[in-house]
Design a protein around this ligand. Structure first.
Ligand code: ATP
Ligand code: F1X
Length: 304
């Protein structure tokens, strides 16, 4: 079974404003609400690819109910822990540029933290745990690290899509997959990553330090994949980017959906990038059909 963890889910409120003027009354031409948060996006795309999975994390209030109902309408299983406060609303403003305002995460007590760790401790050998997104202030930055250790003890695969200190804490641990984007990888090593060659250099460092597989997504510049035995790079398909929200999360879903079925790394990497681009080219997350259509446009190259 694949589990995803979203410590701070969100109702993503997408507002299209034709020309946004700061400091004035702006009226939106279109609005959409989605169940969001990085782990939840991973779960939704996995389900679209027919992969059964369970979303874990914290939700509360009327916004939490919205997320539960949304996931149920898409047949995504969940076992959330209830919080006292309503789940945040994240505003995604689409105008000439894309701007985002993400709400703060919920207050999570020690008891609630232990409840989630207990769920993770019940993972079985060969299960997958995907942790994705920011860690709320009331939870220690070592929380994902604790989960990674529980996965190691239980022989489950640990996957993380996170940044900053939460990512730093995972360096040196045995992790199955890390998926930073090139900015996040650069921040980790205090450098700037401009090219696929730079990304390969630093992804190899992560592999030397314990990660089994690393994917670095680079927006429109393609992506790279590194493991102990293989280094791949690929292009991204051509298309009009409508929405970058959830594109990185979709890369994780596409990779995992394919790998968990076929264990073919290069094919999984390709499907990850196809899923990322399918989302980038859609208003919501990409569908199975969109992803399959893009596969033939992606060329994976092996590097020595
Ligand atoms: N201009 C583009 N053209 C085609 N595909 C794109 C483009 N930008 C992003 N993508 C797709 O989205 C994936 C993830 O993009 P990116 O590297 O920006 O990740 P991220 O920053 O983690 O994403 P997110 O915005 O979800 O946090 C890319 O690997 C690619 O598949
Ligand atoms: O505040 P975080 O946890 O870093 O990111 C949350 C978020 O921006 O990430 C997802 C897209 O990746 C959105 O659904 C959600 O609003």
């Amino acid at each position: 079974m694949i589990y995803t963890v979203t410590l701070s889910p969100s109702v993503d409120y997408i507002m299209h404003v034709d020309q946004f003027h700061e400091g004035e009354l702006n009226r939106a031409s279109k609005t959409f609400y989605y169940a969001g948060g990085k782990g939840i996006n991973v779960s939704r795309v996995l389900k679209r690819l027919d992969i059964k999975n369970t979303a874990l994390g914290y939700i509360g209030g009327f916004t939490g109910r919205f997320i539960e109902e949304y996931l149920e309408s898409e047949q995504v299983q969940h076992q959330f822990i209830e919080t006292e406060y309503p789940t945040r609303v994240n505003v995604k403003l689409k105008s000439d540029e894309e701007s985002e305002i993400n709400g703060p995460g919920p207050d999570i007590s020690e008891d609630q933290q232990n409840q989630l760790l207990k769920q993770v401790d019940q993972l079985q050998p060969d299960d997958y745990l995907v942790v994705a997104g920011s860690i709320p202030k009331t939870i220690p930055a070592t929380f994902y690290k604790e989960m990674a250790k529980l996965c190691e003890q239980n022989n489950a695969h640990f996957i993380a899509d996170t940044s900053g200190q939460a990512l730093e804490e995972l360096v040196g641990l045995r992790t199955f997959l890390l998926k930073p984007n090139h900015h996040e990888l650069g921040e980790l090593y205090n450098t700037s990553i401009e090219t696929q060659e730079d990304a390969i250099t630093y992804a190899r460092k992560l592999v030397d330090q314990g990660a089994e597989h690393v994917i670095v997504s680079m927006g429109g510049q393609g992506a790279i994949f590194v493991s102990k035995d293989h280094t791949y790079s690929c292009n991204v398909p051509k298309g009009t980017v409508k929405n970058s929200v959830g594109a990185g999360d979709s890369v994780v879903s596409g990779f995992l959906a394919s790998y968990s079925q076929n264990k073919d790394l290069s094919q999984a990497f390709k499907q990850g990038v196809a899923a990322g681009s399918a989302t980038a080219f859609s208003n919501d997350l990409g569908t199975k059909e969109d992803i399959e259509k893009l596969l033939s446009e992606i060329e994976v190259q092996e590097h020595a």
